[in-house]
Design a protein around this ligand. Sequence first.
Ligand SMILES: *[C@@H]1O[C@H](CO)[C@@H](O)[C@H](O)[C@H]1NC(C)=O
Ligand SMILES: *[C@@H]1O[C@H](CO)[C@@H](O)[C@H](O)[C@H]1NC(C)=O
Ligand SMILES: *[C@@H]1O[C@H](CO)[C@@H](O)[C@H](O)[C@H]1NC(C)=O
Ligand SMILES: *[C@@H]1O[C@H](CO)[C@@H](O)[C@H](O)[C@H]1NC(C)=O
Length: 492
Amino acid sequence: MPRNWHPIAAILLSATTTILAVDNSWHPPNLSAINDLDHNLASDGVFDFIFDSSLVPDHLYGQYNYCNMPHVRKREYVVAPEEYELVYVEVIHRHHKRTPYQSNTFPVELDTWYCDNAQLYHYGQPSVNEEQNSANTFWQLEDNPFDLLLASHGNDDGSGRGFPGTCVFPQITRSGLQDSWQHGHDLFEVYHDLLRFLPDAIDLKKMEFRVTNNVITSQVAGMVIAGMYGEQRGVGVPLHVQKTGIDSLEPQYHCPGGRSLFEKIRSSDASSPWQIHLNKTKDLIRSLDNVSGVPEDNPDWHTSYDHYFDNLSSRLCHSKPLPCKQQDVPDSGCITRIQANSIFRLGQWEYSRLYRDAPSSLTTSVALYGVFIAELAQHLRDQIAFLGVNVDQTDRVLYRHNVAHDGSISRILSVLQIERMVWPGMGAEIAFELYHKEDNAFFVRVLWGGQVMRSSNPELGNMEFLDVYRLLDYFDSLVGQGATSVVELCWM
Ligand SMILES: *[C@@H]1O[C@H](CO)[C@@H](O)[C@H](O)[C@H]1NC(C)=O
Ligand SMILES: *[C@@H]1O[C@H](CO)[C@@H](O)[C@H](O)[C@H]1NC(C)=O
Ligand SMILES: *[C@@H]1O[C@H](CO)[C@@H](O)[C@H](O)[C@H]1NC(C)=O
Ligand SMILES: *[C@@H]1O[C@H](CO)[C@@H](O)[C@H](O)[C@H]1NC(C)=O
């Protein structure tokens, strides 16, 4: 039961939330060069998307930038009309720039990633103890001789490979940490400086921060909070986290029904759109393998463009050149920017297919992300209940901030049926703002990259000031209050 939950509020609430007939069916996204395969393959460049720097000039802000997606910030923020009073904000975003995952690095790593310019802290200390506190210890990675031998021989079993350099794969890089700080700072300039909504000093009864079991989200959260309220030396800010294997934010909960639906979208049947996109781009895959040394029979690299996308985008976002067969030997054969652009376009096609174009994508995302959706719906319900009765509001949670992954953001976009699906880049953000208007009316504004999100489902449409009950009915009809329908989808 949430803190400060009030039984009278529950009675008031149940009287106003009889589930109405709501259109919860799948509506296809708009057709564009992203999801129309022939159009996609015939394009060059990557639409107007940016892939090679975190920086975007002000006049272009809002444009897709894989290295650092747009978010809520003061310069572009549209303040709601006066009659709308902001009462609750829940933000969720992908972590910021990182090194690639180990599984997305090539068999022989010629290139070296150094991370001496970033420190990853690991320590524990007794919770209330003024005498004995921990030192600020951090990890400094070293190589060993065996590791270096493996690095020069290559090893494609996907485990224990040798990587020269001092980065953890993955870790947030120094520039990714700086982007995280700026992200927190930009949000603070809106929700504190401009709107006077957040408290002047961090108040852990009014604000909650949540991360996943993947430590990179904690690396980001620490910088985000410092960008908002400074370092908080000696205070300690809890990062809420759910148990491994059950976490709804990443997501990690076990859902065989959802997994099998997801795999069906990536079916290898000759007639499936997924297989057709792979067949049509076989020459591209072959020429990339020629440079990377990835064996032709390695399924991980050849059933989607995910690994090549991550490998190449991580390099470009960190101003590293595209890889060559031999390091710094251009004649040895290199991946060209034209090839990289094809991969980036195909990556967009894949995300649109998985999360929006496949007719089963909605049900799949409801199964695999419905638990988080149910939690979000409950947060909104709790707010209305809390505000509906005039109890003391000092401990009401005003603001929740979740640091997550592309798989988290994609599935929310999928459930909300966004009109134009893209691969959520680094820092990609969705903000849910709950507003109160006179006569106990509540509205939700959903911001994607700082701008009002539009859904293909007419029930949601332009999510500017959407009646909260319409959104809640939509969520409930899909996931069930308390995620009851998700359990059925996962285990049916
Ligand atoms: C999608 O199509 C609708 C109807 O034609 C249009 O109003 C809307 O602007 C389009 N949205 C995007 C993101 O292209
Ligand atoms: C795609 O390639 C596979 C394997 O070469 C083949 O079995 C399948 O028929 C092809 N599908 C299409 C649509 O060309
Ligand atoms: C990607 O592959 C290249 C070529 O082997 C390698 O140098 C690089 O470190 C790999 N990973 C990333 C993300 O750069
Ligand atoms: C592989 O790359 C080399 C050097 O760039 C080139 O000569 C060769 O034709 C390529 N092989 C394939 C199968 O693309």
